[in-house]
Design a protein around this ligand. Structure first.
Ligand code: EPU
Length: 418
């Protein structure tokens, strides 16, 4: 166990390079088991979720190597196996092995996925979709999910909500099904396009990724393939917010600005200046920040994963802001600790009302989930004195090399063993 200690009040200048996207990489690794030979994924982020997925693939007898941020899988000797609960419950993305193993072996044994705990995170859309393709789903007394299919046949699937996970999982399951599958009301996140580009590079036939109708024409085999993980728009957004809070010409590099358009529009509304190029944004500590209202939505709307981090910036605005969380209505684990640090945030149902500006004071806080942890490290960077963040393992699931990245631009931050 470790804790993160940050001394606030230091300006950050220099360059932060953004890693490959967690939410792409955690889908690309399970997708890679669909190749009959080898596949390569470059720009893999150095985060603990990747270690767990690699462990799962090793249990399936897949040969994985990771070198210089490049992941190579050889599936030649792969065999189906039960995915143990102690691994499936470490992260949400373990559920992608449902779709991938169903496509590869027509049989899956796995337990409920883990990941950040902010209320009820069902997987009913995934299961209903597998059933539409011809699978049967049994949940045993010990909680094991057994999913079987004699054969998988293309189907018309409608998602009640454009779920990222269900969209990707059903694409995986349908990749080798007989005939045509259409996913209606699919999610449009860039990570889905990244996964589809990889599958198509291996010989799949998938059209429409990035739109709300995705068509999959089943193929028999997937061959060798390659993909590069896209830059992490949520890691980028988090450090962009850091730049607006404590930057001094802080450059956030290796980004795709288009993926951040909702955040950048909000920064403009808040009177926060920035300089943008094709692959970077540079910004400095902002003054006279205007309050604003934000509502989280699926892409290209404002991402739920940046709602908690941007709260810190709203505490510096001159007036009252409202933030409505529509995707995960209970994703509010950061509020208690921000208030402990001196913020004025009230929560009614799924809406935060943030009254600014407030001055934050360092204290001991605890990360309840990944983005709550990001929120707390942003708060710590502007707080007076020292902040200690407990439950750091949540942060390390999603922010690669966080200590060196922030130290290199002037933050006073270190990890300590507890
Ligand atoms: N939902 C259902 N049934 C389902 C699937 C989803 O009711 O079968 C609901 C969820 O409860 C939620 C909404 O639909 O209210 C959206 O869930 P979605 O399936 O889109 O989320 P996810 O795929 O489980 C991914 C990311 C999350 C990110 C959301 C944004 C991964 C591994 N996780 O989760 O990332 O917040 O999409 O929609 O890609 C994070 O990075 O911090 C993170 C939590």
């Amino acid at each position: 166990m470790q804790k993160l200690i940050i001394e606030g009040g230091h300006l950050l200048s220099g360059t932060i390079n953004i890693n490959g996207a967690k939410n792409s990489a955690v889908a690309l690794l399970p997708a890679s088991i669909l190749t009959d030979t080898t596949a390569t994924i470059s720009n893999i982020p150095n985060i603990t979720d990747i270690d767990v997925l690699t462990e799962i693939i090793t249990i399936l007898n897949g040969k994985c190597t990771i070198q210089n941020n490049e992941f190579i899988i050889d599936t030649t000797n792969m065999q189906n196996a039960v995915i143990p609960e102690k691994l499936s419950n470490k992260l949400r993305a373990s559920y992608y092995f449902m779709g991938a193993l169903l496509a590869k072996y027509h049989h899956v044994e796995i337990y409920f996925p883990g990941g950040c705990n902010f209320g009820n995170r069902q997987i009913d859309f995934h299961l209903k979709g597998f059933e539409a393709l011809g699978a049967t789903v049994n949940i045993l007394d010990d909680g094991k999910y057994v999913i079987d299919a004699k054969e998988l046949t293309g189907a018309n699937i409608y998602l009640d909500f454009p779920s990222v996970g269900a969209t990707i999982n059903l694409i995986l399951a349908a990749t080798k099904a007989t005939g045509k599958t259409i996913i209606n009301n699919a999610a449009k996140e860039p990570e889905i396009i990244n996964v589809v580009n990889f599958l198509n590079n291996m010989g799949a036939k998938i059209l429409g990724a990035g739109t709300s109708t995705i068509t999959i024409i089943g193929v028999d085999h997937l061959h060798e393939g390659f993909v590069e993980v896209i830059p992490d728009r949520i890691e980028a957004g988090t450090y962009i917010i850091a730049g607006a809070l404590v930057g001094q010409d802080l450059k956030i590099n290796n980004i795709i600005p288009e993926h951040l358009s909702s955040l950048l529009s909000k920064l403009q509304e808040m009177n926060i200046p920035f300089n943008i190029t094709d692959n970077s944004i540079t910004l400095s500590k902002a003054t006279n920040i205007k309050p604003t209202n934000i509502k989280t939505l699926g892409y290209p709307g404002f991402p739920t994963d940046l709602a908690q981090p941007i709260t810190v910036l709203l505490t510096k605005a001159q007036g009252i802001s409202k933030l409505e969380e529509t995707i995960y209505k209970k994703r509010m684990g950061h509020v208690e600790y921000l208030n402990k640090m001196g913020c004025h945030i009230e929560v009614t149902d799924n809406i935060e009302t943030i009254t600014g500006p407030t001055n934050l004071i360092g204290t001991q806080v605890s990360a309840s989930d990944l983005r709550a942890g990001a929120t707390l490290f942003l708060a710590a960077l502007i707080a007076t004195g020292e902040t200690t963040i407990l439950n750091v393992e949540h942060i390390l699931r999603g922010y690669a090399n966080i200590v060196s990245k922030l130290s290199n631009v002037g933050a006073k931050i270190h990890l300590e063993e507890i």
